[in-house]
Design a protein around this ligand. Structure first.
Ligand code: PHE
Length: 337
């Protein structure tokens, strides 16, 4: 090979390279092109380089420099194109074309929080104040103080998540009844919203964590009539006076008598209008009052525990509770005020 031929080969490669590199559309094609241009075996540049040895000695230095400059230019172009293709590949892989653009995302209050706020407001007007308690509880506050017999299957009514070292995650907000009565002697009226935990599967009607709102009123002379009147007032305020509600007899170790309140609702799941349970309630069991240090001969009380998730489902017609745990803004945005 002469120096002129060598130069022409380099110039041809430098001229062809940019168009070829720009034309590859994905990383596989890029890899093939790279091999054909600068690959160790069969690459055009490698072939040119191997011709160096056949040049007259005095031309080799200039030829080598030219070949090197060509190589650097081609490799730079290849690298730029590789980075472009890799970026595009990533966008395709994680991109959901139906996702709203980020700048259109608007935050909003979660429907469960909306419901908690609204319920708190209705009870605030009735003289209830907010009380809170810990989510990591002791067996005594969660069960024993609430008149669950020790080692009795009643404790298995709630599938409990126990903590290392003896504690547990509260299975209901009812321990706040005891904690509050210990601190503030009656008369009291409190509302205790918070999260509770149960060993449940995550399906359309269960989740291992969910919100509850506990209500408690303790005073002299409180009767079941107070419970019914207050909770019926709540339902009328919350759902409107025309919505039907009902009380059904039930059982809880810490209330006697006990009831459950249902509301008639169409969840929008194709099953039409039906009764769904929104809370448990009852007159506070004398043993629970005594365990909190309250004289059960003097005071009586009533309590309820409602599920604001269930109530949000009933209010907004949400058939599957799992969407309440979904962070998809397209779900949340529907509740923006
Ligand atoms: N703690 C009960 C539950 O989680 C609900 C309840 C609260 C019932 C207060 C009666 C009184 O199922």
């Amino acid at each position: 090979m002469t120096l002129d031929e060598f130069k022409r080969a380099c110039e041809q490669l430098a001229a062809d390279g940019p168009a070829l590199i720009a034309a590859v559309g994905d990383l596989v094609a890029w890899g093939e092109l790279r091999n054909s241009l600068v690959g160790r075996t069969g690459g055009r540049l490698t072939d040119i380089m191997s011709a160096l040895g056949s040049l007259p000695k005095e031309d080799r230095r200039a030829a080598g420099q030219l070949a090197n400059a060509t190589k650097v230019a081609i490799e730079e172009l290849l690298e730029t194109r590789r980075a472009e293709l890799a970026g595009a590949a990533k966008t395709v892989a994680i991109g959901d074309p139906s996702m709203p653009a980020r700048q259109n995302w608007r935050g909003s209050v979660h429907p469960v929080s909306l419901v908690i706020d609204e319920i708190s407001e209705i009870f605030r007007e009735l003289g209830f104040s907010i009380a809170l308690g810990p989510e990591a509880e002791t067996e005594w506050y969660n069960f024993l103080s609430l008149n669950f017999p020790a080692d009795h299957p009643a404790m298995e009514l709630h599938d409990t998540l126990y903590l290392e070292g003896g504690g547990l995650l509260r299975t209901h907000t009812s321990p706040v009844q005891i904690r509050t009565l210990q601190k503030y002697p009656p008369p009291i009226r409190i509302l205790a919203p918070g999260n509770v935990y149960r060993r449940d599967f995550f399906d359309a009607t269960h989740s291992p964590m969910f919100a509850q709102i506990e209500g408690l009123a303790v005073d002299e002379g409180i009767s079941f009539a107070d419970l019914k009147a207050t909770l019926t007032h709540f339902a009328r305020r919350f759902y409107g006076a025309s919505r039907r509600t009902r009380f059904r007899p039930s059982f809880f170790p810490f209330t006697e008598p006990s009831a459950e309140m249902d509301v008639e609702v169409d969840l929008g799941d194709g099953r039409g209008v039906r009764w769904i349970e929104i809370m448990g309630c009852g007159l506070v069991h004398p043993a629970a009052l005594e365990n909190a240090g309250v004289d059960s001969e003097k005071f009586t009380g009533w309590a309820f525990g409602m599920g604001p998730g269930r109530i949000a489902q009933s209010r907004y017609g949400i058939p599957d509770c799992r969407v309440l745990f979904d962070s998809d803004v397209r779900f949340l945005e529907q509740f923006a005020r």
